[in-house]
Design a protein around this ligand. Sequence first.
Ligand SMILES: [Fe+2]
Length: 364
Amino acid sequence: MFYCPTRIIFADDAIQKAKDKIAVLGKKALLVSGEKSAKQSGALSDLITVLNELEIHYVLFDRIKENPTLDSVMEGKQIFLQNNCDFVIGIGGGSPIDAAKAISLAAANSLNRDEIYNIAAFKNVYPIMAIPLTAGTGSEATQYSVLSDPTHKKKAGLGSDLAFPALAAIDPKYTLTLTPKVTMHTALDALSHLLEGLYSNQRSPLVYPFIYKGIASIMKCLPRALSEPDNLAARKELMQSALYGGIVIAQGSTTLQHSIGYPLTSNYNIPHGLANAMVMEDIMELYYPAVSKELNDLFAYLNLSKDAFYAWLRALPFERKIELSDTFIEEAIPQVMGSRNMALNPLPVSEEHIRIIFEHIRKS
Ligand SMILES: [Fe+2]
């Protein structure tokens, strides 16, 4: 099975090239972004130019932080409704795009804070456009929105076909301003999505070409983009790989590889992609008996061994260990066990498996 209803424009000057398609989305847009990246990257001014040319009105809601909260979604919903908007444009990394999806659903279905995860209540949606500014989440081509609830220190996702963006304008030049750290963390998130396309028990061979090409590109181009941040060719390949990752998880969802990272992000502010990277090797080892054929076929395509893949991963300069409290581990295990992605693991995962992985990344 393959489903991706998003119209994707991947090009230099993508926003300008998307003009005709933006014109039919609505008459007044809520622009959802963080405080800085939409302005710094130049994407916001490119977008405003096109909206002005089309005589589309807009309201800017630029207060989305990393790991968007339920409260910020509620605030966005109010602004959307008070201003009589009729579509949303998420501009940024995964956070503003995920927030834009949730705002659209909340506004269209009159959802309150407690109903945001209640996908049975989703009947309508206002059109969603996504302009990604990182090469990571692939949220521009998925039906997922991952939100945080700081009061309960919880991070969880929702998935609904209504949340697929109608339109995505992807221009790799916007990623030229990303720091090396963000470049690395987001690329490792994309790598994680691509691997999970092989891990998920809903895996679909239809997307294996995306997975193979995406992983090969990240292995080749991530080190290049880190040493030469201005290398647009490398940035393009990373952006394309992130999009592939989004298309892949839109089919088979994510797994323990993602759910185990959520409490690390909620409790210790570990960036999402870094949390995935810290456990990547452990997860691959855990899953290997169940997906050895899928992984061996991938490694044959890449012309390297599993150990060579681990060596590539270990050469990247990211933190492997963090201080974790006993209380955290005890509280996080049931949270991970109860997360939606756990139904997708390729083999049964126990509390003990999760404990071992947490202990492995724990600073002693
Ligand atoms: Fe992710």
